[in-house]
Write a protein that binds this ligand. Sequence first.
Ligand SMILES: Nc1ncnc2c1ncn2[C@@H]1O[C@H](COP(=O)(O)OP(=O)(O)OP(=O)(O)O)[C@@H](O)[C@H]1O
Ligand SMILES: [Mg+2]
Length: 375
Amino acid sequence: MATVSFDKATRIYPGGEKPAVDALDIEIADGEFLVLVGPSGCGKSTSLRMLAGLEDVNSGAIRIGDRDVTHLPPKDRDIAMVFQNYALYPHMTVADNMGFALKIAGVPKAEIRQKVEDAAKILDLTEYLGRKPKALSGGQRQRVAMGRAIVREPQVFLMDEPLSNLDAKLRVSTRTQIASLQRRLGITTVYVTHDQVEAMTMGDRVAVLKDGLLQQVDSPRNMYDRPANLFVAGFIGSPAMNLVEVPITDGGVKFGNSVVPVNRDALKAAADKGDRTVTVGVRPEHFDIVEQNGGGAAALSKDAPAGLAVSVNVVEELGADGYVYGTAEVGGEKKDLVVRVNGRQVPEKGAQLHVVPRPGETHVFSTSTGERLSD
Ligand SMILES: Nc1ncnc2c1ncn2[C@@H]1O[C@H](COP(=O)(O)OP(=O)(O)OP(=O)(O)O)[C@@H](O)[C@H]1O
Ligand SMILES: [Mg+2]
């Protein structure tokens, strides 16, 4: 077992103008499950391949334990990698697939068999050891690929989208299996996915990348509760956080017909930058509905109700919860919003809601730089 450090590790591909991974700095603890997540092309696979030794590091360093592995060949790094297309050898049995790396390394036959049987037991593959891959389900093949990595007893597991060939249901059950297996084996793991739900449910910590730059590395809880900038705020969470640009007023921000108090220091920080607006983030579950009118002819009260008027376009009923997808007018512009509502009291399509963000549950970001201003 071992720690892993990326120390300002940078990769510039030949002919590339800007780095695919730019001064990546992460310290991964011994036994930790770290997930790298971000949109396509943000540099996740490149980061993992640098750690594996499959990609040159142009500046900075990579360490496994106290070894500087920056310029070591892959075979000397004591890692095992599971890829998206796990490429099992079709003509070999499951047992031979799992033991192949050990055979190449000259490990005695009896020892290979023992290790393969142990791994098969952990992965629930014992009864399939004599089969060829084509006679297995997608999930079973995926477990064979895991088995191939486990028998090598590496210091570090690297996984690059290992679940993306599985259907949605199998992906959910397999992600739980991988996470619990990793915890049981206690092997430091770096796992790449573009799926933020996978990242949040599997990782001890999650690292969000964008355009080769690390945006935030944090526990799933902190990432959700305190996103460091607008990008992370919009990327983590489903449905996504509502992000609304609003004018700064005395003591808060103007949110429709209400002034919502927000952190004073945040507003001062924005004003100091010369900004007259901030971008307020509100998760769908953090709106309070202050008034709800039915669709069609329902009368509106004479006084303009508090909060922001949202016209309901679509209602998604999920049983316990419902999500309202609506439109509001903010600062003269139409803005799409998502509001979570009680699944037993969903408004009708065409109805109008008035919503206010729950005090203390707002996130404030600088409109100009995107950085988080509230604490
Ligand atoms: N061999 C290569 N030569 C040149 N550029 C490359 C090479 N491999 C990747 N890139 C570029 O580097 C950037 C990062 O690619 P990378 O494969 O790390 O992204 P990723 O986050 O894994 O994306 P995805 O989710 O699509 O797998 C992209 O802009 C990509 O086009
Ligand atoms: Mg990739």
